[in-house]
Design a protein around this ligand. Structure first.
Ligand code: 26Q
Length: 804
């Protein structure tokens, strides 16, 4: 990538603005300046992008393709500048032209083609794959509308469409020449020739055009630019005649119109299944087309291609790859199957039963009839192969087609060579419980890859003030080698360093306080504890537990306004799936409690609740650097990994957590003294399931504190929550508290008291915070993707080309 000095940049920038808009800097709007800067950047890295592609092709090395129905990159302006090595120059150069870089960054809409953890992980991986020089690509859907925008009206969540493409997208390139056709619906008949070879004949159905939009994934200062390829649907020119009616066109356009806003289950919608097949078929076809250009024999494809299935949503990759090999390339079933298993690998992201995808046979037949036939045959052969080797019951439990449904996780496991979980505990649970049957069949396929985060975005970009302190204290090597953050441990008794870190935190808290004031009209004290829970709203994540503790504090303060607790600001960010009634009720109740508490002068501003609207990647970048406390309080065994836990730790927040997901590994990293662990363990939860001895109502009857707190949901203490309060009360008492909120309540309150106490001893608190930062390096997604590359994909970095 061409390096520029400030003067050159200013010249280039002014020239480009004149070319594009025939304007002077002083006349241009932020949007025009943003367009100009973006176009300078894309033309600067396009050379490297082409070169990277050529290097991969010339090296004839194996590449991986990460298939994900979600990608959640957020804004790309500053991350691309950082990775290009331009950030400082551009920031300073613009300033001399009277422009704040942050004002331009504001213009860019968040690219929110994902719901939460899974989509953000995919984007952290894209950054890390490029930054570690690995030949890896993304494959997904270019949704016209990303995840809905959240607004609160009367303290209820309402959803607005996310029209992120309205003003165009600087970073994407439409590649018409790489478009492919995808067939959906209709019927298939097989005919057999004299050799017994089967040929499929398609009847009716529709053919749509899948057009790729490629986005450069710029590696961190290594001249590598990989590709994230997102597919958009169009009506093929030759089929125009068949799509005269508005409805017919709409059916096609809907395919890549909206991201499903549900991150756990979505009752078998036909459109969702069509989306899955659409991007799977387009992606696999384009991989095969490229492979054939290499002129290698099809038998060697597993030495050149690795396809990763991110959760079950792209599990049809298995059948689509089979289809192309047997129908189009005339490979025998046995050889094709062998290649498919070698090429495919699968990550599981959840143990929640309702999130394990199943599709009804009639639906799958009607969306992709040939794929259904192939799955049927895979299932038939699986049963035949296992019969006599395994018990009848085991075979019935593990086969792909059961009770008229296609089990996508079974397809992904049977059709691949690797199944991994996303944290140690989660991977163990897959082996011992959720996928135990498959572990019996294929023990060698199971492995763990603990999630990670793109360190650069979550420190250098989101937290420049802390980054500066780190540079001054331990030098700059941590920016490339996150493990070097450990050097910070040498300063845990250095008051100067501790104070510098505290000053950086305060700067970030003041910035967030200003945002809160502007967006919620709530004044918060930047010296209060900023206690943060940011994640999708789900019963299992237990935002309710957090709320009940707040209510307890409030009641105590009402009784004794001089209660010696540290002032706290409880900050929430969470979207609920539009169809998830219970989650929306929790939002309403938190918001109403906030209105009550924030306006009650009698408690002397010791408590505030702030529920920030429209939590997204950009807001995360604002909240996380300002956090003192990180809430990771899911019911043990339910959160596969979590990744906000890692981001908050990295930014010096102290974690209060159950032993769930990656919290266990965070505890191991920082030690028991630097984290507040509480609550049931995963074993205890499973014991309750077995012996069925949990009685939430009994806790309610016996524990006066619990009763007093829970009653506020239904006794009018909190206004305007008549039905929602009752609904939540019933979920706890009448329906026996599925997520053990009451069981963990007391332990949680004790852990919260220990946080309060620790914060009072500022120096010790700062030391704990420092140890969290120092030990966060191991959660770099650079490391995670390198484990995927070595253990699963068997790909290696391609030697980077030189600067020009
Ligand atoms: C399933 C069926 C139909 C429609 C939608 C879905 C669906 C969509 C999204 C199911 C699940 C998701 C997303 C899941 C997710 O984000 N899981 C999170 O993944 C993170 C990355 O591994 C983990 O850190 C979190 O623990 C996990 O909850």
């Amino acid at each position: 990538m061409k390096k520029m000095n400030k003067k050159e940049f200013k010249q280039c920038f002014s020239r480009r603005l004149a070319e594009k808009f025939a304007m002077e800097v002083s006349d241009a709007s932020p949007s025009e300046l943003y367009q100009t800067l973006g176009s300078l950047m894309t033309s600067a890295y396009s050379q490297d992008w082409r070169q990277t592609w050529q290097d991969y092709r010339d090296a004839e090395q194996k590449q991986s393709y990460y298939f994900s129905i979600e990608f959640l990159p957020g804004k790309m302006l500053k991350s691309n500048l950082l990775n290009m090595g331009w950030l400082e120059t551009v920031e300073a150069g613009l300033l001399e032209l009277g422009i704040q870089l942050d004002d331009l960054a504001e213009i860019e809409p968040d690219m929110a083609l994902g719901n939460g953890g899974l989509g953000r992980l995919a984007s952290c991986f894209m950054d890390s794959i490029a930054s570690t020089g690995l030949p890896g690509n993304g494959n997904g859907i270019r949704y016209e509308y990303g995840l809905f925008k959240q607004r609160f009206v009367d303290n209820y969540q309402v959803e607005l469409p996310d029209e992120w493409l309205q003003k165009g997208n600087l970073w994407e390139v439409r590649k018409e020449s790489k478009a492919v056709n995808v067939r959906l619906g209709g019927n298939v008949y097989l005919s057999s020739d004299e050799m017994g070879n089967l040929t499929p004949h398609y009847q009716d159905g529709m053919v749509v055009r899948a057009v790729p939009y490629d986005t450069g994934m710029v590696g961190y200062q290594n001249n590598i630019v990989n590709t994230m390829r997102l597919w958009s649907v169009e009506i093929p020119a030759e089929e125009e005649g068949n799509y005269r009616s508005v409805e017919a066109r709409r059916t096609v356009e809907d395919l890549t119109s909206v991201l499903y806003p549900d991150d756990s289950n979505e009752a078998g919608r036909r459109l969702r299944l069509s989306q899955e097949y659409f991007f799977v078929s387009a992606g696999v076809q384009s991989i095969l087309r490229y492979y054939k250009e290499l002129k290698q024999p099809i038998d060697k494809i597993s030495q050149y291609v690795a396809i990763h299935i991110n959760d079950t949503h792209p599990a049809m990759c298995v059948a689509e790859f089979m289809r192309l090999l047997i129908d189009e390339e005339n490979v025998s079933w046995e050889r094709a199957w062998n290649l498919t298993q070698k090429v495919m690998s699968y990550t599981n992201h959840t143990i929640m039963a309702e999130a394990l995808e199943k599709w009804s046979i009639p639906m799958m037949k009607s969306v992709c009839p040939r794929i259904y036939q192939i799955i049927e045959e895979i299932d038939r052969r699986f049963v035949a192969e296992m019969t006599g080797v395994q018990s009848f019951d085991l075979i019935q439990r593990t086969r792909i087609i059961q009770n008229d449904q296609v089990h996508m996780a079974h397809l992904a496991i049977i059709g691949s060579h690797s199944t991994n979980g996303v944290a140690k505990l989660h991977s163990d649970l897959l082996k011992s419980v959720v996928l135990h049957d498959f572990y019996e069949l294929y023990p060698a396929r199971f492995n763990n890859k603990t999630n990670g985060i793109a360190m650069r975005r979550w420190t250098q970009l989101a937290n420049p003030s802390m980054s500066k302190v780190l540079d001054e204290t331990i030098g700059k090597t941590w920016r490339k080698t996150p493990g070097d953050l450990r050097l910070l441990l040498n300063y845990e008794n250095d008051d100067q360093v501790l104070n510098n870190l505290a000053a950086a935190k305060l700067t970030n808290k003041k910035r967030l306080a200003a945002y809160i004031q502007e967006n919620c009209g709530v004044e918060v004290n930047p010296h209060a504890i900023f206690d943060v829970q940011i994640k999708r709203l789900h019963a299992y994540k237990r935002q309710l537990l957090n709320l009940l503790h707040i209510i307890k504090l409030y009641l105590e303060l009402k009784e004794n306004p001089d209660l010696p607790i540290e002032p706290r600001v409880f900050i929430f960010g969470a979207k609920a799936a539009p169809s998830y009634h219970y989650a929306k009720s929790i939002i309403k109740v938190i918001n109403e409690t906030a209105s009550l508490i924030n306006n009650d002068d009698s408690i002397h501003n010791k408590l505030k609740i702030v529920f920030l609207e429209n939590y997204n990647v950009s807001l995360a970048e604002r909240i996380i650097p300002a956090a003192d406390v990180s809430e990771q309080i899911s019911l043990a065994s339910k959160e596969a990994s979590g990744t906000s836990n890692m981001k908050l730790m990295l930014n010096g927040a102290v974690t209060i957590a159950t032993l769930d997901g990656a919290n266990v590994e965070i505890r191991d990293a920082v030690g028991d003294d630097n984290i507040a662990i509480f609550g049931l363990t995963e074993e205890e939860v499973y014991q309750y399931y077995e012996n069925k001895t949990y009685h939430a109502a009994a806790i309610y009857e016996q524990d006066n504190v619990v009763r007093r707190v829970i009653d506020t949901l239904i006794d009018g203490t909190i206004p305007n929550i008549h039905s929602e309060g009752q609904e939540i009360f019933d979920s706890l008492i009448k329906y026996n508290d599925e997520y053990f909120v009451l069981r963990d309540f007391e332990a949680y309150c004790i852990a919260q008291m220990s946080i309060d106490k620790a914060y009072k001893y500022q120096r010790r608190w700062l030391q704990i915070s420092l140890r969290n930062i120092a030990n966060a390096g191991r959660f770099s997604s650079d490391h995670t993707v390198q484990r995927y590359a070595e253990d699963i994909w068997q790909i290696e970095p391609v030697f980077a080309h030189k600067d020009d």
